[in-house]
Design a protein around this ligand. Structure first.
Ligand code: THU
Length: 298
């Protein structure tokens, strides 16, 4: 484990720990350090405002606060100071304790809305930002700011999380390719799908029909099965294409996608050669039954 996640507020985003753990791991890898860890406390406007006032004398509800255990000499970061890092080795953690990060969930939600991207991407960004603060990066001047931003992009880019967000064209192109493999002698309607998992991997699928018509499997569920068998559990986007018409996902597929995605999941849907439009899963499946409703965290 690269992080220890603590909730000050009721746990609101299932599966978040696995995502933030991968983000932290990618940050350590980008920096070139191993066997490190930090704590992430998720709080709200009121919680972070109190902390900000008490610890820094600033009375405002900021988005993220970082409390490093180690200070590094000017111009140096964690990778330059292995001895300093070793002093923070915590036998209980079995890792170098880099410190604490506090994330304001309320503010993250507002920022995600403002930028028009999923909340989980905003939380991933805030975690990476804090991780680099804990490793000695800062943004007091332009030079420092550029260096820090480059590291954040390097780490998040490895997980397929980019500043531009999701590459809809690339996902749609992969769905079109998968569509060519459809087995649909009955409907003759070929469908292809491509799921982007939260860890950056992509998984394709196509529809395959059956002489017993009801046994047909849609492209989306084929892609979901492909993702699941390769260990992916959280989806960041899906593209779906139909050969002769827009392949609007059926009700069962919408429900299956809800199991492994938030309602903010972008669904890129179109017809072959005719482009696509983007909806969220929440628009296609309002009030969908979720694993959280049954007390399950994916
Ligand atoms: N189909 C899909 O694969 N995905 C969709 O989004 C809509 C429908 C398939 C099922 C069946 O093989 C064919 O299209 C006609 O319904």
């Amino acid at each position: 484990m690269n992080i220890e996640l603590q909730w000050d507020i009721p746990e609101a985003s299932p599966g978040l720990e696995a995502l933030l753990d991968r983000v932290a791991g990618a940050c350590f890898e980008a920096e070139g350090i191993e066997n490190a860890a930090f704590a992430i406390r998720v709080t709200d406007d009121a919680g972070i405002r109190t902390l900000n006032r008490e610890m820094r004398g600033v009375d405002s509800a900021t988005d993220v606060l970082s409390f490093p255990t180690a200070r590094f000499p000017a111009g140096k970061t964690a990778r330059d100071c292995p001895k300093r890092l070793r002093r923070e080795y915590d036998p209980y953690l079995g890792a170098v304790n880099l410190g604490d990060c506090v994330i304001n969930y309320d503010r993250a939600r507002r920022q995600a809305e403002e930028y028009g991207h999923p909340l989980r991407r905003e939380l991933a960004y805030l975690t990476a930002h804090s991780a680099f603060h804990l490793m000695g990066y800062d943004h007091m001047n332009e030079e420092e700011k550029t260096a820090m931003r480059e590291m954040e992009e390097k780490a998040l880019g490895k997980l397929g999380i980019t500043r531009e967000g999701i590459d809809c064209d690339a996902l749609f192109a992969q769905a079109c390719e998968a569509m060519q493999m459809a087995y649909c002698p009955y409907s003759k309607f070929q469908v292809g799908a491509c799921i982007l998992a939260e860890d950056g991997r992509t998984f394709t699928g196509c529809n395959f029909e059956n002489a017993s018509y009801g046994a047909a499997i849609c492209a989306e569920r084929c892609a979901a099965g492909n993702a699941i068998v390769h260990g992916a559990r959280r989806f960041a986007a899906i593209a779906v294409v139909g050969s002769t018409a827009v392949a609007w996902p059926c009700g069962i597929c919408r429900q299956v996608l809800r199991e492994f995605s938030d309602p903010s999941l972008p669904v890129i849907v179109g017809a072959y050669g005719k482009g696509y439009t983007v909806r969220t899963l929440g628009e296609l499946l309002p009030e969908g039954l979720s694993p959280e409703d049954l007390g399950v965290t994916v």
